[in-house]
Design a binder for this molecule. Sequence first.
Ligand code: FPP
Length: 250
Amino acid sequence: MVNGKMPPLSELSVPQHVAIIMDGNGRWAKQRGLPRQAGHRAGAENLRRVINAAVEFGIPILTIYAFSTENWDRPKLEVRALMKIFARVLNQEVYELHEQGVCIHHIGELEGVDPKLSAGVRNAIELTKDNKRLILNVAFNYGGRREILHAVRRMLEDNLPPEQLDEQTFDSYLFTNGLPDPDLVIRTSGELRISNFLIWQAAYAEFYPTPTYWPDFDRDELYKALVDYSSRNRRFGRTDAQIASQATLP
Ligand code: FPP
C-alpha cells in the first residue's frame, strides 16, 4: 500500500493458484446470536462472492477447503446441515458456475459419502470439465495425510520401483495431479494452522492469515491478500543474491 492507497490490479503479481481455509463460520454466527448452521449458510453465500472476485482478478486456480476428513467428528446436526448446503450448491449453483466458465475439480475421497452427494460431485465435474475461466478445486472429505497414504498405497499397487520415485512421480499420485502447487494459502478467522490442508503441495506457498471470519472475507479482503502476496519475496530456499543474479540472466 502506498500512502494508504491500494495499488491497481495491473501492478500486482496475481498468483496462479490460491488455496483458502474457510474458517470462522461458527464464530461469525455466534457473534450474531445465530446457530452455527447460519454461519455455514453465510459462508456458502460468501463463496459465490469470492469466486466472482477470483474471476475478476484473473486467478486461474482456486482451491477451497470445504470439508476435512476430521470434520465428520462434529455434532451430527451440524454435519447434516453442511451436507445439505453442499447438496444445494451442487444442485442449484453448479449451472450458474458452468455459465461463468468455472471448471470444478474435487480432491478427497468420495467413498463413504452419501451416494446422492457423490453423484452430484461427479456430475458437476463432468458438466464443467471443458471450462477454462477458473478451476474451482473443492477439497471435500479431504485430509492431507490421507492423501499421502492414498498415493503411497497406489504406488505400491503399481509396483513402482523405488529408484523411479521422485517428487514429480509422487506429485502425479496425489489428488491434485496436474495442478500446480498453491502459491498463496489464505486462512480466515485468525488461526495460524495448516490443519492437514495440502501439506505436501503447500511446501513453498506464501501463508496469509487474516482475522476476518470467512463469511466477511469479501472481494476487498481477497484484494488485500493479493497486495500482500505481491510484496513477498519468494526465494524457494535460495538467497536474495541468487534470485537477483537469475533475474539478470538472458
Ligand atoms: C469452518 O468454520 C468452515 C467449515 C468447516 C465448512 C466450510 C464450509 C462452507 C464455507 C460452506 C460452503 C462451502 C461450499 C463448498 C458450498 P467453522 O465452523 O470451523 O468456524 P469456527 O471455527 O468459528 O467454529
